[in-house]
Design a protein around this ligand. Structure first.
Ligand SMILES: CC(C)(COP(=O)(O)OP(=O)(O)OC[C@H]1O[C@@H](n2cnc3c(N)ncnc32)[C@H](O)[C@@H]1OP(=O)(O)O)[C@@H](O)C(=O)NCCC(=O)NCCS
Length: 333
């Protein structure tokens, strides 16, 4: 016999807010179905976690108060048809400094293959944007694979614009460690008081209006001059950042950051090369990072603008593999 709630769901068709207590398992199944082959290890782990949590039922409301992933899914919308969840959108608040406005990340946009091209995603997105606006949000951002032309068109028609296109580079742990190049430039640790100079270089290379340093990394001094509070947070989460620079004529000509987290299988790199030195300093810095970091179990990962041809050539030369090309899109509300 159907419960009253199940019977209601059978009759209901259309859009509604996510109800975490009942929907989590079905949303996990839908996302796995829609993104399956393209999902990375992190995505697959999230699906497993969602399915496990989905069995907790009523406790999920409480857990969502402290769990960012659950909170984001709980703030989203689903589309129901014939008693089943066939569409989903998730809304995460971005942890940006308050002076940058209130930005929401849109993720997990998925519609069951049997229900596509009926306007379901468009209406889920429209409801999401309306909810963000009503909640005082000032912008929405999302990332989409450049080759996913259907989704790109969906977002463009809603007013989203590409801020910048990024390649994701990865170098596994199995490749040979290259030798130190002859005439390698001197690479030193960046002193803390050089943060302003490095920030000025980053502002040229990764301007705020093009989305900053990468996905969910707006251009902001906090990335360069880490406060005491941030150091404590990093310590507690087992996060470490090393910053190296190449100085020429007493100026920072290039810089490379390596960020790793305890237990994580990857080290994230950020590469900054002065426009006048592009094509020259990328490879020595990457070579340095490989020799220092690509030993043991950690792979190297870097998202870098696709429009930087010199860096693309250097990543390829240093045996990085291009995994995906993503548009970062934004809509100001
Ligand atoms: C992308 C996706 C969510 C679209 O869902 P949908 O419900 O079919 O989309 P809609 O019917 O609302 O389409 C709205 C508009 O988007 C565009 N669009 C959507 N799918 C498209 C496709 N396959 N090809 C071209 N344009 C497409 C069209 O402009 C369409 O308007 P139209 O039908 O009047 O031409 C769905 O195809 C999906 O789940 N794909 C797999 C997961 C995915 O890639 N998600 C996006 C990740 S960023």
């Amino acid at each position: 016999m159907l419960t009253a709630a199940a019977a209601r769901e059978r009759r209901f068709s259309g859009i509604r807010r996510v109800d975490l207590r009942h929907d989590l398992g079905a949303i996990a199944d839908l996302i796995a179905l829609c993104f399956g082959p393209r999902m990375d290890a992190g995505g697959r782990a999230t699906i497993r976690e969602m399915r496990a949590l989905g069995r907790l039922g009523p406790l999920l409301g409480l857990m969502a108060m402290t769990d960012d992933m659950l909170r984001g899914i709980g703030q989203g919308f689903v589309w129901v048809a014939e008693g089943q969840i066939v569409g989903n959108v998730t809304l995460f608040p971005a942890d940006f400094p308050p002076e940058l406005g209130r930005t929401t990340i849109i993720a997990n946009v998925a519609v069951h293959p049997d229900y596509r091209r009926r306007g379901i995603a468009r209406r889920l997105m429209a409801a999401s944007l309306e909810a963000i606006r009503a909640g005082g949000g000032t912008a929405a951002i999302l990332q989409v694979e450049a080759e996913n032309t259907g989704a790109c068109q969906l977002y463009e028609r809603l007013g989203f614009r590409v801020q910048r296109t990024w390649h994701e580079w990865r170098r596994g742990t199995h490749g040979p460690i290259p030798p130190r190049p002859l005439n390698a430039p001197r690479i030193t640790l960046r002193p803390p008081n050089a943060w302003r100079e490095e920030y000025a270089l980053a502002a040229r290379l990764f301007p705020a209006e093009r989305g900053g340093l990468g996905w969910m990394r707006p251009l902001h001094p906090r990335e360069f001059r880490r406060s005491l509070g941030r150091h404590v947070l990093d310590f507690l989460s087992g996060t470490g950042i090393e910053r190296w620079i190449i100085r020429e004529d007493r100026q920072i000509a290039a810089s490379l950051w390596a960020k790793s987290r305890f237990g994580s299988a990857t080290t994230q790199l950020t590469l900054l090369v002065h426009p006048a030195r592009q094509g020259t300093l990328e490879a020595p810095l990457l070579n340095y990072a490989i020799r220092r970091l690509a030993v043991g179990y950690r792979a190297l990962y870097c998202e870098h603008p696709a429009d930087d041809a010199a860096a693309t050539a250097a990543f390829e030369r240093c045996d990085f593999t291009r995994r995906r090309t993503l548009h970062h899109m934004r809509l100001d509300l």
